[in-house]
Ligand binder design. Structure first.
Ligand code: ATP
Ligand code: MG
Length: 701
């Protein structure tokens, strides 16, 4: 490779350096543009991420602010109202369309209280007291004996009534009245039983029978009685009353009694649906009650969740006496694995007078997504191509501005304090990702870089070829010079040697002297031929060669040429056969040039023959042309070289050729001469077997 540079002209060196100087910076610039596109994507991402964080913070702060408002509202609430009033107040608060639902309270015994239901809420112990007191009563004992042992209901009723007369408190009265009613029912006297249960209904709301509110016992027994004696109208009204009461007055939801009564009354109403269907206003009320029942069921589920997940934590915190002052958040997972976000806080100390310590709520996600978040976002300006949305863990869309349906987002950001499973997302209006946004530009640069690399490669190939060609030419030229000098040396030496011999006068034999003169003449002719070749070439190469066309006999011209060269041929041990036509072939030719061509072919035949030293020269003609052919049985020419041997300075690069000296000009000149005569030269050859060169010159018309 370095060899090549040695022969390079300064022009091609400059070309090469210029090429590198121009293309290298272009390549670097394209690479850098590519990098800058990547950087652009990165920057875009960074930019969006910065903005999306701000938006996320804004949303979170907005929601936290709502919580703060709620807290303030609670703090302002005067705590000297009783719990039930507070609970009702909460119920009102809950009814307002708000970001929070299922408000709940926790008391210092870890009881849970929501607007509709409660669990573990402290019961008073009146029940036990009443029963204990009554058991001391002699008549009560007798009554129980008659009712349970003797199964004598009439007797039992008599004793129960005596007990009733002595009782002052409502709790006790209710207890005994219920017994009387029961005994009537047992004896099949439903009418009278109903009268007793109606009395029970009139007793105040506070009392209980066992764990169950008196009202509930009375109404459910009345319902049984009416159904026994087929008083449908009353039955319907009573059931409705019971349902209404149960909905409005829940008690311990985990006790079992409340769910039992609620379920049995609703299934009974369901069973008698036809009864109710006659009256529109009743149907309407049933609908509201059913709705409320569903809400209660939801609250029951929610309270159960809190019991399992939140209460233990609060208890632990309470035990550590390390109450946090801030709002707290927690994610609860329900049976269906959906997540519920709750928030809670410690109530101000003033609420302790009502035993209340914690107030909490569930985030109303629907409300947040459909109202609160859109409202908060309405003031956020993101530019006209960007939309804001909220997506969940699985990347499904929960909310998006303008309600479009786009799935691919630009960037997302998790919520920091709230809603672990939500993410804020930016969307491009056309649903493109960042990659897609910069993709076009990237592709453009890719094509550009590809193009430049291709151009560089093509340019490089062209330059390398030119450089190789040039260095090859330079090598050939220097070889040419050494070959020419060598070719000049041999005939000159011969001429000098025979000249000196003759000059010294020692050759007395006339015949020998003639021979020596002949050698001097042919060698000087050969010298002339060689110099002519070189001069002609330089003339032809620069376009200065002039032909002297005259009408002449081609056969004669060829004959003379062979004659002139015969000595040299024989000298080299060749046998030469000539085949000439009898008549002449008159053509317009430059005699010297044609003779030079023939000599070139003969000289090649001598040079490129090995053991078989045979040359045949033939002149002939066909309809259109005169033909000169020179054949030998020499080394032959490989097929791929056959075209190249006519190029200037070209010599086949095998050992046999290199052994003999030559300038590589002979065939070039011959071809040019033949072409100047409107003719053509062809070669047939087979390596190792020999070659035949044929010159065709068109005949005169
Ligand atoms: P010069 O200028 O002295 O004639 P040259 O003989 O090398 O030099 P050309 O006559 O142009 O140059 O021939 C070109 C090449 O073609 C030769 O070097 C040789 O390799 C090949 N060649 C020509 N004639 C023959 C032949 N008769 N047999 C085999 N090879 C030949
Ligand atoms: Mg030659």
């Amino acid at each position: 490779m370095l060899e090549i540079f040695r022969y390079l002209t300064s022009k091609s060196k400059i070309l090469l350096i210029g090429f590198v100087l121009i293309l290298a910076p272009i390549a670097i610039i394209s690479y850098m543009s590519m990098q800058s596109v990547n950087q652009k994507a990165e920057n875009l991402k960074l930019n969006y991420t910065g903005t999306i964080r701000l938006v996320r913070d804004k949303l979170e702060n907005g929601i936290l602010k709502l919580e703060e408002n709620l807290y303030n509202q609670i703090a302002e609430y005067s705590s000297d109202q009783n719990t039930q009033e507070f609970q009702e107040w909460l119920g009102e608060l809950e009814k307002k369309d708000s970001a929070f639902q299922y408000l709940f309270l926790v008391n210092n015994e870890m009881g849970l209280l929501s607007s509709m239901i409660s669990s573990n809420w402290s019961n008073d112990n009146t029940r036990n007291n009443t029963e204990e007191k009554l058991l001391l009563h002699a008549d009560f004992k007798k009554a129980e004996e008659a009712e349970f042992r003797q199964k004598n209901c009439v007797e039992a009723i008599r004793y129960y009534k005596r007990v009733l007369d002595t009782i002052k408190d409502n709790q006790g009265k209710a207890f005994v009245l219920a017994r009387i009613g029961r005994c009537y029912y047992k004896s099949g006297n439903f009418e009278k039983g109903i009268v007793e249960y109606k009395k029970l209904l009139d007793i105040d709301n506070e009392s209980n029978i066992g764990n169950v509110p008196t009202k509930v016992v009375a109404l459910s027994q009345l319902s049984t009685g009416y159904s026994k004696i087929n008083r449908n109208q009353q039955l319907m009204i009573t059931n409705l009353q019971l349902y209404r009461y149960l909905i409005e007055n829940s008690w311990d939801i985990f006790g079992g009694d409340y769910p039992f009564y609620l379920n049995s009354v609703t299934s009974e109403i369901q069973g008698q649906r036809k009864l109710y269907a006659t009256n529109d206003s009743i149907l309407e009320e049933l609908d509201t009650l059913n709705n409320k029942k569903n809400k209660i069921n939801n609250q029951i589920e929610f309270i159960k969740l809190l019991e399992q997940n939140l209460i233990p934590e609060i208890e632990a915190e309470l035990n550590r006496k390390n109450l946090s002052e801030t709002q707290k958040h927690k994610i609860l997972k329900n049976d269906s694995e959906s997540e519920i976000q709750i928030g809670y806080f410690w109530l101000p100390a003033s609420f302790l007078s009502n035993d209340l310590i914690i107030m909490g709520y569930q985030f109303n996600e629907n409300y947040l997504l459909s109202k609160q978040i859109p409202e908060m976002l309405s003031t956020v300006e993101l530019g006209k191509d960007v939309l804001l949305g909220i997506i969940d863990k699985k990347d499904s869309l929960l909310f998006i501005q303008n309600g479009e349906s786009i799935t691919d987002y630009l960037v997302t950001e998790n919520f920091k304090l709230l809603f672990e499973s939500w993410k804020v997302a930016f969307f491009n209006k056309d649903g493109q990702t960042i990659e897609e946004l910069v993709g076009k530009e990237k592709n453009l640069y890719r094509i550009l870089i590809g193009g430049i690399i291709l151009l560089m490669l093509i340019g490089l190939v062209v330059i390398i070829r030119a450089v190789i060609h040039e260095s090859e030419m330079a090598r050939i030229k220097s070889e040419f010079v050494s070959n020419v000098s060598h070719e000049l040396k041999t005939p000159l030496a011969l001429i000098r040697m025979f000249g000196e011999t003759l000059d010294s006068g020692i050759v007395s034999d006339e015949k020998k002297r003639k021979e020596f003169y002949g050698i001097i003449r042919t060698e000087s002719e050969r010298l002339t031929h060689l110099i002519n070749n070189v001069l002609d070439f330089s003339k032809m190469d620069t376009g200065r060669k002039k032909y002297n066309f005259v009408k002449a006999d081609l056969v004669q011209v060829v004959r003379n040429s062979v004659e002139a060269y015969k000595f040299h041929i024989r000298e080299n041990g060749f046998e030469i056969t000539g085949e000439f036509p009898d008549e002449s072939i008159m053509l317009n030719i430059d005699k010297d040039s044609i003779s030079q061509s023939v000599l070139n072919l003969l000289s090649n035949a001598v040079k490129y023959s090995d053991k078989t030293k045979y040359i045949k020269i033939k002149v002939s003609k066909d309809e259109t042309s005169a033909i000169i052919s020179v054949s030998d049985k020499g080394i032959g020419i490989p097929k791929i070289e056959m075209k190249k041997i006519f190029e200037k300075f070209y010599r086949v690069s095998n050992e046999q050729v290199q052994e003999s000296k030559g300038t590589g000009l002979g065939l070039t000149l011959t071809k040019q001469i033949v072409e100047a005569h409107d003719g053509e030269i062809n070669v047939e050859s087979e390596p190792g077997k020999g070659s035949r060169f044929t010159i065709k010159i068109p005949l005169l018309n």
